[in-house]
Ligand binder design. Structure first.
Ligand code: PEP
Ligand code: MN
Length: 351
């Protein structure tokens, strides 16, 4: 990493960027509140840091070993100070402020009426964003894969409903991309693109999504350590897109016998990740628990742990939902959760 002097000129910054490129690396320029920092993207071992330290305008040139340096506090503190928290704008919503953001909606978009009805309900409940899967990752090929899997026309139609419902009820919209071929179409309709747990490790998909310059909701793989999770988020940042919202959604449960929850909600990961990165962290209690009767408590717990928001699966008639009915709550229940979470946030000093 190259830390520029406070008084460094644009020409001196451009010169450093040019030098970095000579060594076959990319430069990530961050213009902070205090000074400009230039991160090196690629294999830093080829770089003679002593040479960079002597260039005009350079204060310091140091090798940063952490695999997720572009998104780390360690790196950003040099130009933005210790207390850096990135606030990410998604449509008309800001994620990463003291106000928790609520993303709600069905697991899958099932039809236009279903979507508009639930959009109206979650808006009344106080949610900010509408979610709904068009391309569903499923463990069984025989299960409902989302309307997007029927064909391109059906995918585009379902995406257009999401957009329309979002516009009608003033909710930003988000959906998941499951593969690279879906990215262009999805990016046309949504405010934020979701990478699901199963695709956390797909670096080509991450790069492709990052290049759309839209905020990305990045879900932790159910078996990934925090280090790995952040290292793969770095693939998005390395494309110059730091509008990344990290999402804890539960880990594979351990131990023999019956599992009482779908996954194990790693609540401590929320503040632990927050200490490592300036990116906002949200939580998904729906997939983490798989049980609607646990959503209220675990939502409050995640907010108490410092989450910047929650993603909660919501359906007007969970019993008839095509996917994940067992964990979906109704808009009325969502309202109770949101109201309680706001009270929790006010009473907890999380940072
Ligand atoms: C989802 O949010 O729709 C989803 C499938 O979640 P996950 O990728 O965390 O399983
Ligand atoms: Mn689901």
């Amino acid at each position: 990493m190259i830390i520029m002097k406070t008084e460094a000129t644009e020409k001196e910054i451009a010169n450093v960027v040019k030098e970095i490129k000579k060594y076959g690396l990319k430069a990530d320029v961050s213009r902070g509140e205090f000074r400009t920092g230039i991160g090196l993207v690629g294999d830093e071992r080829k770089v003679p840091f002593s040479h960079f330290a002597l260039l005009p305008g350079v204060k310091e040139a140091v090798m940063v070993e952490t695999p997720y340096k572009l998104i780390s506090r360690e790196y950003s503190k040099f130009f933005n100070g210790e207390a850096d928290y990135r606030v990410i704008r998604v449509g008309n919503v800001s994620i990463g402020t003291d106000e928790p953001v609520f993303i709600a909606g069905p697991c899958a978009v099932e039809g236009k009426r279903q979507l508009f009805k639930v959009a109206e309900g979650i808006k009344k409940a106080g949610a900010h964003m509408l979610r709904g899967g068009v391309f569903k990752p499923r463990s069984s090929v025989h299960a409902f894969q989302g309307l997007g899997s029927i064909g391109l026309d059906e995918a585009e139609e379902a995406l257009s409903w999401l957009r329309e419902a979002g516009d009608k009820y003033e909710l930003a919209v988000i959906t998941e991309v499951r593969g690279e071929t879906q990215v262009d179409m999805v990016a046309k309709y949504v405010d934020m693109i979701q990478i699901g747990t199963r695709n956390m490790y797909d670096q080509d998909l991450l790069t492709e999504v990052a290049r759309r310059n839209k905020p990305v909701l990045f879900k932790r793989h159910f078996g990934a350590g925090i280090d790995e999770f952040l290292s793969f988020a770095e693939y998005i940042a390395a494309e110059g897109n730091k509008d990344i919202i990290l999402c804890e959604r539960g880990m594979l449960p351990v131990g023999k016998g019956k599992s009482y929850t779908r996954y194990t909600f790693d609540l401590a990961a929320i503040p632990a990740i927050q200490k490592e990165t300036y990116l906002p962290v949200i939580a998904d209690p729906s997939h983490a628990t798989g049980r609607r009767d646990l959503i209220f408590n675990m939502s409050c717990a995640a907010i108490a742990a410092g989450a910047s928001g929650l993603m909660i699966e919501t359906h007007c008639n969970p019993a008839e939902a095509l996917v994940d009915g067992q964990q979906m709550i109704t808009p009325d229940e969502l309202k109770e959760v949101i109201d309680a979470c706001r009270r929790v946030r006010r009473s907890v000093v999380s940072r």
